[in-house]
Design a protein around this ligand. Structure first.
Ligand code: NAD
Length: 466
């Protein structure tokens, strides 16, 4: 593992191969019967203990995340580590609140539905928020009584492995949680194909998701797919421009833009476009790039050299297709940053058919377009095969609701951007995937409905009287 800021070596990590995945799935399968019978409150207690352990180790985890991913330490300290604890705490509280229902069926029968765990759950996560994803993925799966095999991304396994140590330390029984670092094409593929895995929860690219759909066909395992996005961020003419400028910058540049929910298509009403851009571009130019371990740094390097080249490749495509670069589009000139995988904050005025308005770039990169009325804004916003997050800025309450409803996406933020909470469903439509993380909603993903019928006093008509 290498630090994306200075390429220094961080660690050697053992590589799980297909046979290691088999061993992990076996361990999880053996642990499942006892874990599902463990009282819900005990499962919750362990998750709450894990939340506490994350908090007690927050500084260490934040530093490790920063060194492994390049996220600025101010973000891993203020967002990633606390949100990870919040997630485990939420699902710790959830464990004993997964209630069933009684269904009013025919007279004389009692019909009740329990939510049963699925068994061994496979989870594959990407490199953009590896620490936080441990709580998004492990939290609900374990609360519901499943056992888990989680494969972190090959680029960033360190905080997942640190969480695995805490899982052991707080007393989860052996085999309940298995964290296996390895490559996608080998370990990931094996997990996706494995007949002993009842469900696969995946966060990553749409291209990989297609492979997982095919790989999962063998045993028809249940899939939950959390994929890319191309979030529209619409600023209407009546918006509070100061709030819109700040919120747009957070929605785009946080985590160097490496977020599936990033607001990467900025749509501006023509009457405020110049004023918005004056303020927004001057803010973007002032963002402090630097050593992610420096608390003053606001933007660190991208997480890998390959990804930096991919983002710069999109800058090239934008140039070729006639995009107008308002800022950025290159690596920063500062020699102190030369070894890091940096890309300057980049804003390009582009047309709807340009590649950079259609593909997910996954960097500190956004396109700008203008619109002259609400219908046109909605049409541009929905002109994408993705549908994950979207934002809009307006002081008109009715318009806020109306446009939110008209946007084809799993999440919409009005006068804010990129709000996420473990209690609120997270996920997309279209090529952004299906299924939901978080909230009560995710508990459906990690359970199935078992319907039981009891004949209490029903006289069943004799169908076969002779
Ligand atoms: P990816 O899909 O290549 O990798 C994500 C995870 O899938 C990793 O753990 C990887 O090892 C695993 N994987 C890869 N191939 C696999 C296979 N054949 N079978 C099983 N597992 C496999 O995505 P990435 O390289 O992390 O990022 C590339 C793109 O994915 C980004 O540019 C972005 O578009 C998207 N992405 C989306 C999110 C999100 O949160 N929705 C997060 C990260 C990346």
């Amino acid at each position: 593992m290498y630090n994306p800021f200075d390429q220094s070596k961080l660690a050697d990590v053992a590589e799980a191969r297909a046979e290691d995945i088999d061993r992990a799935v076996d361990a999880a399968a053996r642990a499942f019967p006892a874990w599902r019978r463990t009282s819900a409150s005990e499962r919750g207690r362990l998750l709450l203990a894990l939340a506490q352990a994350i908090e007690a180790n927050a500084a260490r985890l934040a530093e490790l995340e920063t060194r492994d991913t390049g996220h600025p330490i101010r973000d891993t300290t203020n967002l990633d580590a606390p949100r990870t604890a919040l997630g485990f705490r939420y699902f710790g509280g959830m464990a004993d609140k997964i209630e069933g229902t009684v269904i009013p069926v025919d007279p004389g029968f009692l019909n009740y539905v329990e939510r049963e765990p699925l068994g061994v759950v496979g989870q594959i996560v990407p490199w953009n928020f590896p620490l936080m994803f441990t709580s998004w993925k492990l939290g609900p799966a374990l609360a519901a009584g499943n056992t888990v095999v989680l494969k972190p991304a090959e680029l960033t396994p360190l905080t997942s492995l640190a969480v695995a140590e805490l899982v052991r330390d707080v007393g989860f029984p052996p085999g309940v949680v298995n964290i296996v670092p390895g490559y996608g094409a080998t370990a990931g593929q094996r997990l996706a194909e494995h007949d002993g895995v009842a469900k696969l929860s995946f966060t990553g690219s749409t291209a990989t998701a297609r492979k997982l759909v095919a790989a999962s066909a063998g045993n028809l395992k249940k899939l939950q797919l959390e994929l890319g996005g191309k979030g529209p961020n619409i600023v209407f003419d009546d918006a509070d421009l100061d709030a819109a400028v700040g919120g747009t910058a957070f929605g785009l540049f946080h985590n160097q833009g490496q977020a599936c929910i990033a607001g990467t298509r900025i749509l501006l009403h023509t009457s405020i476009a110049d004023r918005f851009l004056d303020a927004f571009l001057s803010l973007a130019k002032s963002i402090r790039l630097g050593d992610p371990m420096d608390p003053k740094t606001e933007m660190g390097p991208l997480t890998s050299r390959i990804h930096q080249e991919r983002v710069l490749g999109y800058c090239e495509i934008a140039r070729r297709e006639g995009g107008e670069f308002l800022i950025g589009g290159k690596v920063p000139g500062d020699p102190a940053l030369a070894r890091g995988c940096f890309v300057e904050p980049t804003i390009v005025r582009a047309a709807a058919h340009h590649t950079v308005c259609r593909d997910e770039v996954f960097g500190p990169f956004a396109t700008v377009m203008t619109f002259s009325n609400e219908d046109e804004a909605i049409r541009i916003a929905n002109d994408t095969r993705y549908g994950l997050g979207a934002g809009l800025w307006t002081r008109d309450l009715s318009r806020g609701h109306r446009v939110a409803r008209a946007i084809h996406s799993g999440m919409v933020w009005v006068n804010c951007y990129k709000r996420v909470h473990p209690a609120s469903p997270f996920g997309g439509v279209g090529e952004s995937g299906y299924g939901r993380e978080m909230g009560f909603e995710v508990m459906r993903e990690y359970t199935h409905a078992k319907s039981t019928w009891i004949n209490v006093d029903a006289k069943i008509p004799p169908f076969y009287r002779r």
